[in-house]
Design a binder for this molecule. Structure first.
Ligand code: ZN
Length: 306
């Protein structure tokens, strides 16, 4: 790959420069930023490039707010694997007296959290989660393919610019018979690497595992790696180590079972998804091609319409 004059920015200088140029501005909560007009424009262009990469397959487009019904998160068994990452939405539903107690407890810097109760919604943990409850029932012949993009929440406060608590993820989700799903996943393994290459990012696919919680989680992670069910495309984003900017996930019949999604033959559907972290990809382009968008590689500027 042709190296841009900025290609060897160190991690520390990149981080400082992103903030100095106000591409990202801290908001007071770790991992939550205000995005500048230019950064937002770059993210939108990356989003459109992802859409274009999958357009030939004619996916159905679904969009959701960044919340899902609490019952659906419970049904997905997310809390068994990732309780530490989930974002429950709580609110106040007490009377005047409870309200006065809440305010005086806050005033006294006490623990006011008991005054709040869980609402019917939780923050979306991954863009594909709202899709499965929509598909309960029998798939049409050939299965379904969905294009979905959403802000997602992960409770992992960090100073790493590439590890936001809320970020956008653009996914394609395929549900069908096992062989068709794996063939589709393998098509995207090739396609996603080519897309990242056009964006100037030299990624290497690596077998990976999700951050399953607790001691039991170690076994789940080992099984996931052994079956090569999760493959990540990684590149340096903020820190010097590799950060995943895209991932390909084969779920076998997990979501088919959990949400009663069946093939025309009556079997639980298999599913897979490919997800692109839009802010991470945008940051990685600045990291590897420099801060002057007009000096980015010709092929990168072409695919982004710059
Ligand atoms: Zn997914």
């Amino acid at each position: 790959m042709a190296r841009s004059p900025h290609a060897d920015q160190t991690s520390g200088s990149f981080h400082a420069e992103v903030l100095r140029r106000r591409l990202l501005t801290p908001t007071g909560a770790p991992g939550a930023y205000s995005f500048s007009a230019e950064f937002e424009d770059t993210v939108s262009r990356v989003d459109r490039a992802v859409t274009a990469a999958g357009a030939a397959d004619g996916p159905e487009v679904m969009r959701f707010p960044p919340i899902i019904a609490r019952q659906h998160l419970i049904r997905s068994r997310y809390l068994e694997s990732f309780p530490q990452l989930a974002g429950w939405v709580h609110s106040f539903s007490g009377d005047d007296r409870a309200h006065r107690t809440l305010l005086s407890t806050i005033e006294a810097d006490g623990d006011w959290s008991a005054a709040l109760t869980a609402t019917d919604v939780v923050l979306t943990p991954a863009a594909c989660y709202p899709v499965y409850p929509q598909l309960t029932g029998t798939l049409p012949a050939g299965g379904r393919l969905v294009d979905v993009m959403s802000f997602c929440f992960r409770h992992e406060p960090s100073a790493d610019l590439g590890r936001m608590q809320m970020f956008r993820m653009h996914e394609f989700v395929r549900l069908s018979e096992p062989a068709a799903v794996i063939e589709w996943r393998d098509t995207w393994l090739d396609r996603s690497q080519r897309l990242m290459g056009v964006l100037g990012l030299e990624v290497q696919p690596a077998v990976a595992s999700d951050p399953f919680f607790g001691r039991g989680g170690k076994l789940l992670a080992a099984n996931q790696r052994d079956d090569r069910r999760k493959i990540e495309l990684c590149v340096a984003v903020d820190g010097d180590g590799p950060t995943a900017i895209a991932s390909l996930n084969a779920h076998q019949d997990r979501f088919g079972q959990l949400f009663d999604i069946r093939t025309p033959g009556g079997q639980p559907a298999h599913s897979a998804c490919v997800g692109f972290g839009l802010e991470r990809i945008a940051l990685a382009i600045y990291r590897h091609l420099g801060f002057d968008r007009s000096a980015w590689l010709t092929r990168t500027r072409e695919v982004l319409g710059l």
